[in-house]
Every structure is written in structure tokens, then in C-alpha cells.
Design a protein around this ligand. Structure first.
Ligand code: SIN
Length: 294
């Protein structure tokens, strides 16, 4: 079978594989897949050392999403851990814990009309400066289900054909929060705002830390590609969403109570499984501010 036949029948070959660097010295790093995700051990997020923080930064850059088990964080400790990565982001719509606007509530139970993040998205990409990343601490889990899927958008970019990369280079897309947010949190008693953010971002962005290119369109927020006809935009976005959702780029995290997931929102999309109704899943998300995608 020729190389081309292989490509046509089996989809994109994965080119983005995490390269093993120098061994970690102050944390353990157990990779979930060769493409994305690692479980980090040997650290108490309530009290990490400076050296551990350096290695956590490195693990996030290498694996795109990192997981921690058996963490016991107060609300302030969760917020403090987030602040080690930069100023915290305020969500434009979602409910937050009393007195802590930066501590978003993630909750679904038997009375919920929906759960957070049920479709593929990167968090708040409708902001002019979308978040750097999100740190989700789940405190209560359903007996089964409630996993979160994560997908590596460097891998999605790398697997595009060279012709497609050339076509997309320089194109920009509109991201809009209106449809996502209006009325969405009324069951929490949240009043709608007069408007929600929208922003134009490049379809291919370069990560400010790793300098690698990532696909940056998502079904949750991206509405249309600018400067091309509407039907071409719709067709292209449909292709890119399907491409980005290829399981080859993904890992799936099975939560336990007191687990933490920290994803790099600049190169990862995620999707939460609401397969546990009528059970309850509850936690908090701290989101770190990002910069304008370039
Ligand atoms: C989110 O999109 O932040 C929610 C993810 C989850 O609940 O697993």
C-alpha cells in the first residue's frame, strides 16, 4: 500500500508526539497518551515548591493538559494556585461562588437543564484575550460517568494537509458568546447581560510559550470565517470541526473526587460528558487570563 493510500483510508497520521525531555526531578509525570495528557504526582497544589512550579509549567507545555489526584484545596488555595500562572479571568456569564467572582461554579444535578461544556470548545474564545488555561477542581463525582475529553490542537494543525495549511494561513474567524451565554445560566439565578463578548481571531495561532502552531476554531464559539463567502465558511468550519474531533488527538479523563485538571486553552479543546443524570457533579474552575491570539 502506498503512503497516499494509507493516508486516504485511515485518516491523518499523527505527527505531533510528545518528545521525552530530561527527567523530572520534583514531580512524577505519567503520560496518558503519546499525544496529550499526563497525570502529575508528588505535589500538593496547596503548597507547591518553586522547583515544582517550574516543572508543572514544563509539563503543561509538553502535555497540554495535566491532571492531579487527591488534592485538598480550600477556595483560597485554588485561587492562589491559579494566580501563580497569571491574573485570573472573570467569566462573562457563568455563576460563581459567593464573594469569589473568579471561582466559577461547575455543577449539574437532577434539576439541571444542561451541564457546562457539553460541546467541543476552548474556554471563552469569544474574548479579545481568551484565557491562557483553566484549572478545574472536581469535589463531587457521580458514581459513574462525567468524564472530560481533551483534544490537542497542535496535533490537529499538524495533521492538516500542506495545501490546507496554506489555505488557512492568514484567515481570521469571528468568535461570539451571545448564542452560548444568553439565558444559559438562568437556572442559577444569573441575570443576562445586555451584550456578550465577540472577537476576531486567527484560525491558526502560534502558542506564545512553545512557539508551535495550533488550530484555533471551535464549534462552541466560532461563527464564521471572514473574507470568504458564507457557504465556503460554513463548509470549511464543518470540515475543521470534524477534523479537530478525531479521537487520535484526544485523551479522556476519568474524574475522582478531589481531582484537578489544568488545560492549556491556547492549544486544547475540551468537551464534558453529561451522561450521569440524575446524579450530581460539582466543582470549581479557576481560569487564568490569556493574551490576544497571534
Ligand atoms: C468546562 O467546560 O469548563 C467544564 C468541563 C467539565 O465540567 O469537565
Amino acid at each position: 500500500m502506498s503512503e497516499n493510500m494509507h493516508y486516504r483510508h485511515h485518516g491523518p497520521r499523527i505527527k505531533h508526539v510528545v518528545e521525552e525531555g530530561a527527567p523530572y526531578e520534583t514531580i512524577t509525570v505519567d503520560t496518558l497518551t503519546p499525544i496529550i495528557g499526563a497525570e502529575i504526582g508528588g505535589v500538593d497544589l496547596a503548597n507547591p515548591t518553586n522547583r515544582q512550579m517550574d516543572e508543572i509549567h514544563r509539563a503543561l507545555a509538553e502535555h497540554c493538559v495535566i491532571f492531579f489526584r487527591d488534592q485538598h484545596l480550600s477556595q483560597d488555595q485554588h485561587l492562589d494556585f491559579g494566580r501563580k500562572f497569571g491574573p485570573l479571568h472573570l467569566h462573562p456569564a457563568a455563576p460563581h461562588e459567593p464573594r469569589h467572582p473568579e471561582l466559577m461554579i461547575i455543577l449539574a444535578d437532577k434539576d439541571s437543564p444542561r451541564a457546562n461544556g457539553e460541546g467541543w470548545h476552548s474556554d471563552v474564545s469569544c474574548d479579545e484575550e481568551p484565557p491562557l488555561g483553566s484549572i478545574l477542581y472536581i469535589k463531587e463525582c457521580p458514581p459513574r460517568g462525567g468524564d472530560t475529553l481533551f483534544a490537542n490542537m497542535y496535533a490537529a494543525y499538524d495533521a492538516l494537509s500542506d495545501r490546507m495549511k496554506t489555505y488557512l494561513a492568514g484567515l481570521r474567524a469571528l468568535h461570539d458568546g451571545e448564542a452560548n451565554y444568553r439565558g444559559t445560566y438562568s437556572n442559577f439565578g444569573v441575570q443576562d447581560k445586555p451584550t456578550y463578548p465577540n472577537a476576531v481571531h486567527p484560525i491558526i495561532r502560534t502558542h506564545p510559550v512553545t512557539d508551535k502552531k495550533a488550530l484555533f476554531v471551535n464549534k462552541g464559539f466560532t461563527r464564521r470565517i471572514l473574507d470568504i463567502p458564507a457557504d465556503e465558511s460554513a463548509g470549511m468550519l464543518a470540515y475543521l470541526y470534524e477534523h479537530a474531533a478525531n479521537p487520535l488527538f484526544q485523551c479522556r479523563f476519568r474524574w475522582q473526587a478531589n481531582s484537578v485538571a489544568f488545560w492549556d486553552n491556547r492549544c486544547v479543546q475540551h468537551r464534558a460528558m453529561w451522561d450521569y443524570w440524575p446524579h450530581r457533579r460539582y466543582g470549581n474552575r479557576v481560569t487564568v487570563k490569556g493574551t490576544r491570539p497571534v
